[in-house]
Design a protein. Structure first.
Length: 433
C-alpha cells in the first residue's frame, strides 16, 4: 500500500468515529422473575455480547386511561428485592444500571394517551411511585433513574413534574432523565431540570417494506440533526432510552407497532434496521448510549419475543459492533476498532513527518566534492544524473514548492467538541459497547 492509499485508509477509519455505547432494556412482568436464573443468564449473555448498560423495567398499573390511581400489581410488578438484587448483580458484572419505572394501562391503551379524571390525585400517586423507586435505585447503587416513560399527554404539566423531579432528587443522587416518546421529545418543557434527554426512538424510517440499510441511514439523518439541536439548546446529552425493531417485514415502517402485528417472522428486516441505527449514530459525541428494546425474562412475553434480538442475526450485529469485530471478514475483522483508530492516527502523523523531512532534504544546497573545476564538474554530473530532463525541456518543467507541506485533516474529521455542560452521566460514555 502506498503512502497516499495509507492516508486515505487512515482518514476513512477516523471518519467512522466510535460506535455508540449499547445497552438493553431487561423486562419482566411477574413478581419474582428478576430473582431467577433467567435474569442471571441474561446478564451473562449481554456481557458476552459486549453490552455494558442495562435498564431494569418495573411497571405499575392503571385500570383504564381515565383512572386517577397508579398502583403496583401484586402478581405482575417485580418485587423491590428482586429489582435490587438484579441491579446489584449487574453492577458487580460491570454494567451501568438505569432503573426505569413505567405505567401501563390494563385495557391495553397507550400510556401516552392517558387523561386522568382527577389529575392532582393521579400525580400524587405517581409522585409516590417515583419517590419509591428513587429510594430503590439509591439502595441498589444504580447509576440513573427515569422520572417518566412516554407520558405524552401529561408531560406539559411543568408544575407537577417539578414536584416529581424534586422528590426523586431528594432520594437519589444519580442521573435523572425522562424517556420521552419519539413524537414528544421536542416538546418536553423540563429538560433543563434533568441531567439527560431521554427518547424512546421509534421513529418511522420507511414507507415501504424492503428498504435498504442505506435508505434507513438516510432517513435517520434529519432525526439526528433535530436531536442535536435539542441537545445544544438544552445543554444536555441524549440517551436513546428505547430503540427496538420487531422481527417483522414492516418494522422500519412502524417500529412502535410492528410487534403487535401477526405478520411473518422477518429477522433480516430486523437486522437491517439495527445496522442502520448503529451506522447513523456512530461517532455522535453527545449521545450517551442506545438501550435496545428488549431483552425479556418472562418466557410468555409475546411482544418482547417479537422485538428481542436474542438468538437472531440482530444480536450478531450488536456483538460485532460492541466488540469491534466487523462482519465483512478479513484481517480487519480481527483488530478491535479502537486499535485501528490509534494506528490510523499514527499513520497520518508518520506520513506528515516523512513529508516534512523530504521537503527539508530538498532545501539543502549541494556541497562540492573537492575544489576548483573538479568540484564543479562533480556537482554538474550529479545534477545531470538527478534530473532526467534534457536541457531544452528543463526550463519548461514546473517548479515544485518546497518546505510548504502542511498535514491538515478536513474539518469533518476533527474531533467533535462535546456539548457545553454535558458530561457523561451514565457509565463510561461512548467508549463502551
Amino acid at each position: 500500500m502506498g503512502l497516499g492509499a495509507g492516508v486515505l485508509a487512515a482518514t476513512a477509519v477516523l471518519a467512522l468515529g466510535s460506535p455508540p455505547g449499547q445497552g438493553a432494556n431487561i423486562t419482566a412482568y411477574t413478581r419474582d422473575a428478576y430473582d431467577g436464573a433467567a435474569a442471571t443468564q441474561a446478564l451473562s449473555r449481554l456481557h458476552d455480547d459486549g453490552i455494558r448498560r442495562v435498564a431494569i423495567i418495573v411497571t405499575w398499573y392503571m385500570g383504564d386511561p381515565r383512572a386517577s390511581v397508579v398502583a403496583p400489581d401484586p402478581r405482575r410488578t417485580p418485587s423491590d428485592s428482586a429489582v435490587t438484587q438484579l441491579a446489584e448483580r449487574a453492577k458487580a458484572r460491570g454494567f451501568s444500571v438505569l432503573i426505569k419505572p413505567q405505567v401501563d394501562v390494563r385495557d391495553g391503551s397507550f400510556r401516552g394517551d392517558i387523561q386522568p379524571e382527577d389529575r392532582q390525585a393521579w400525580f400524587a400517586a405517581y409522585t409516590a411511585m417515583i419517590s419509591h423507586y428513587a429510594s430503590v435505585a439509591d439502595t441498589a447503587g444504580a447509576d440513573a433513574l427515569t422520572v417518566g416513560v412516554e407520558l405524552r399527554s401529561l408531560s406539559n404539566d411543568v408544575a407537577n413534574f417539578d414536584d416529581v423531579i424534586a422528590a426523586a432528587r431528594a432520594r437519589f443522587a444519580g442521573t435523572l432523565t425522562y424517556a420521552a416518546n419519539w413524537d414528544e421529545v421536542e416538546q418536553v418543557p423540563f429538560w433543563n431540570r434533568l441531567d439527560a434527554i431521554g427518547v424512546d426512538a421509534y421513529y418511522p424510517l420507511a414507507t415501504r417494506i424492503g428498504a435498504s440499510r442505506d435508505q434507513l441511514v438516510a432517513a435517520w439523518k434529519p432525526i439526528v440533526g433535530r436531536l442535536e439541536r435539542l441537545s445544544r439548546t438544552a445543554g444536555k446529552p441524549v440517551m436513546l432510552t428505547e430503540l427496538g425493531y420487531a422481527a417483522r417485514p414492516n418494522t422500519a415502517i412502524n417500529p412502535a407497532g410492528a410487534g403487535d402485528s401477526d405478520g411473518p417472522l422477518d429477522t433480516e428486516a430486523q437486522k437491517t434496521a439495527y445496522e442502520a441505527a448503529l451506522t447513523a449514530w456512530s461517532g455522535v459525541s453527545w449521545l450517551r448510549g442506545i438501550y435496545w428494546w428488549d431483552w425479556p425474562i418472562d418466557p410468555r412475553d409475546a411482544i418482547g419475543d417479537a422485538y428481542t434480538p436474542r438468538g437472531r442475526p440482530a444480536e450478531a450485529v450488536i456483538r460485532e459492533v460492541a466488540l469491534g469485530k466487523p462482519s465483512d471478514g478479513g484481517l480487519l475483522s480481527k483488530i478491535p476498532w479502537p486499535l485501528l483508530i490509534i494506528v490510523s492516527i499514527w499513520g497520518v502523523v508518520a506520513v506528515g513527518f516523512l513529508a516534512i523531512l523530504r521537503a527539508a532534504d530538498e532545501d539543502e544546497p549541494v556541497a562540492a566534492e573537492g575544489g576548483g573545476d573538479d568540484g564543479r564538474e562533480g556537482a554538474a554530473s550529479r545534477a545531470a544524473t538527478a534530473d532526467p530532463l534534457p536541457p531544452s525541456l528543463r526550463s519548461r518543467a514546473p517548479a515544485m514548492p518546497r518546505s510548504r507541506f502542511r498535514l491538515k485533516l478536513p474539518s469533518d474529521l476533527r474531533r467533535p467538541q462535546p456539548v457545553s455542560g454535558a458530561g457523561d452521566p451514565v457509565g463510561e460514555g461512548l467508549a463502551l459497547g
